[in-house]
Design a protein. Structure first.
Length: 258
């Protein structure tokens, strides 16, 4: 009995140590400033020969998976309706990929894409969504109509490269998104936030999906779900920048941080 009790205590201590180690590992995950995040992106493209659309596909998939974990389609109303607000840059591209995967997961996404780039990449992503019968809205509904029509909204307007003032028409878009009552899900950086300092008067997402590694502004995130996505960082690159990324479980495309 004494040995059994000792064994039980050891197992308990081992589990506690393991849990403590996990928590410790989570706390040490590096939060990136804007310049460092840009350097990592450039190395992925130049040193590791990733293409933009390749990383965009992986990032958008991880966002869709994180959203599905947080808001299972089986628990949604209106057949799983989702509004995805898309910006003109790479963050918007992530949003388009996310929309396509959400459609594959059984949701019913609609896209608001007010400023479409002429680049082939974005045209192709838009075409892929259109051929899957994902509607593109000609205008952004008001906050009340969004609340009445959609289960949640995905903010894919601006990423970590954003600087300066918000230009039209996105100022009005952000104003509307601040007024909605349904959950808001931001990709990598809540749009309109300073990448390092955040924005206490800006958007208040319930879900944040940090990509590659969390940005410093994520330290100001007060929402319910914080996921890390973009499971594509080569070990040598993670070591070079001391990212201390946690181990993704199994074959998961994302990992909950908070």
């Amino acid at each position: 009995m004494a040995n059994s009790s000792h064994s039980g205590k050891s197992a308990h201590n081992s589990a506690a140590t393991s849990a403590g180690g996990l928590k410790s590992s989570m706390k040490k995950v590096k939060y990136l400033g804007q310049e460092e995040a840009q350097k990592i992106d450039l190395e992925l493209f130049n040193e590791y020969q990733f293409s933009v659309d390749q990383l965009m596909e992986l990032a958008g998939l991880s966002c869709a998976v994180a959203i599905a974990k947080s808001y299972p389609v089986s628990k949604t109303k209106y057949g799983g309706t989702v509004l995805i607000c898309v910006g003109p840059g790479n963050n918007g591209g992530d949003g388009l990929v996310c929309a396509r995967h959400l459609k594959m997961f059984g949701y019913q996404p609609s896209i608001f894409y007010p400023k479409r780039p002429e680049k082939t990449l974005y045209k192709n992503l838009s075409h892929q969504c259109a051929t899957m019968d994902i509607p593109f809205l000609s205008y952004l509904p008001n906050a009340q109509l969004i609340d009445e029509s959609y289960n949640f909204v995905v903010d894919a307007l601006f990423g970590f490269s954003f600087k300066g003032d918000v230009r039209p028409p996105f100022g009005d878009v952000l104003k509307t998104l601040k007024e909605i009552s349904v959950p808001l899900c931001s990709i990598d950086v809540p749009s309109g936030w300073d990448v390092e300092k955040g924005n206490p008067d800006g958007l208040n997402p319930e879900l944040l999906v940090s990509l590659t590694a969390p940005k410093k502004c994520a330290q100001h995130f007060q929402g319910k779900y914080h996921y890390l996505g973009g499971r594509f960082v080569p070990p040598d690159l993670a070591k070079k920048y001391e990212l201390n990324l946690p181990d993704y479980p199994g074959t998961e495309a994302c990992l909950e941080l908070k």
